[in-house]
Design a protein around this ligand. Structure first.
Ligand code: ADP
Ligand code: MG
Length: 330
């Protein structure tokens, strides 16, 4: 298990990673999720031994690895652009680390190419591959020596949207099939959800919330985290209480705010919230409404495409409680 305790990193006295503690249990994939510039790459580089740690401890299975040079940590790294050797074939790229360790093995290379779905690509050069194929080669190369920890820095960010989604699913399956313990940093919550089991949300150098993805998603620690996780709106005060009551929300206790997903509020003639349509916009599937609800203010809602809500009309809204999450604050 990788374990970090109070790890800080600074560049010329400016703190980039500020007292980060986290754990990656064996065989699990942790996504460190945060906006650009929050210190994700710096954290990853510190774990890899590429950046000196100002304070704190990095251990693996109880051993203090923080003082070891990069190549003695037993970790592998994979970056956004894969960084393949352009003059080497796919097979030679994948076998690179095996040759370095004087353990070349064509059978192992073939096994890795099969793992990432690239049988038959052994003799190709990187320049003849698509972006997604290149990332698969980079992944096979990183997994070649069975690292005890794989560190991934935005591994899918350079790919276009459709491919990114497919490769995210593949990445998850490949990591699980290989039993790899991994830490991936990303700014994209969808990518984190698709690939990882656990999440650490990072902001301004600090981890603000961590846990299994479902737990973090079900109860974001604050409004900023909720919005970063993909919630569309955060309602506070009376608005939060009113919408919770309308949803028949039985989750106990007062909340500081309520995170609301897109399409959580639906026009329904029996709905408990009464509002007035401010604007309506038809999409091919739905009618998107902005509704002024008393005591709540303006909210986004949806209606069937074949209804004809227009500005000024009264509308009742139903709340889907599974599309809201309480924010309890700290
Ligand atoms: P992220 O990967 O989350 O986008 P980084 O870890 O790259 O963020 O950067 C965190 C902060 O550290 C940023 O303010 C960035 O400008 C700064 N930083 C990163 N690398 C260096 C460096 N080599 N020298 C000085 N400052 C750096
Ligand atoms: Mg980065």
């Amino acid at each position: 298990m990788l374990s970090l305790t109070g790890v800080s990193v600074a560049y010329d006295g400016v703190v980039a990673v500020d007292g980060v503690s986290l754990e990656v249990p064996d065989g699990s994939v942790l996504a460190v999720l945060g906006p650009s510039g929050c210190g994700k790459s710096t954290l990853l580089r510190a774990i890899a031994g590429l950046e000196p740690v100002r304070s704190g401890r990095i251990t693996f299975d109880g051993d203090d690895v923080g003082r070891l040079p990069t190549h003695k940590r037993g970790f592998a790294l994979m970056f956004q652009d894969g960084q393949l050797f352009g003059h080497m074939t796919v097979a030679r790229n994948v076998g690179y680390a095996l040759r370095l360790r004087r353990r070349p093995s064509n059978a192992r290379v073939a096994e890795l190419l099969a793992l990432v779905g690239l049988e038959g690509y052994a003799d190709r050069l990187p320049a003849t591959l698509s972006g997604g194929e290149r990332q698969r080669v980079a992944l096979a190369r990183a997994l070649a020596v069975e690292p005890r920890l794989l560190l991934l820095d935005e591994p899918l960010s350079a790919l276009d949207a459709g491919l990114r989604e497919r490769l995210a699913v593949d990445l998850r399956e490949i990591l699980h099939a290989a039993g790899t313990t991994a830490l991936m940093v990303t700014h994209d919550h969808e990518e984190a959800f698709q690939v990882a089991d656990r999440l650490a949300v990072m902001r301004a150098g600090r981890v603000v919330q961590a846990g299994p993805i479902a737990d973090v998603w079900a109860a974001p620690v604050d409004a900023e985290t909720a919005l970063f996780l993909g919630y569309a709106r955060v309602l506070t005060g009376v608005a939060a209480d009113t919408v919770r009551a309308a949803a028949g929300d039985a989750r106990a206790g007062r909340v500081e705010a309520l995170a609301v997903r897109r399409s959580a509020l639906v026009a329904d003639e029996h709905g408990p919230l009464l509002g007035t349509v401010r604007s309506a916009r038809a999409t091919p599937e739905l009618l998107r409404l902005v509704v002024d609800v008393r005591d709540v203010g303006l909210v986004d809602a949806v209606a069937d495409r074949d209804t004809h809500w227009g500005p000024g009309e009264d509308v009742r809204l139903r709340v889907d409680p599974t599309r809201t999450a309480p924010i309890r604050g700290i």
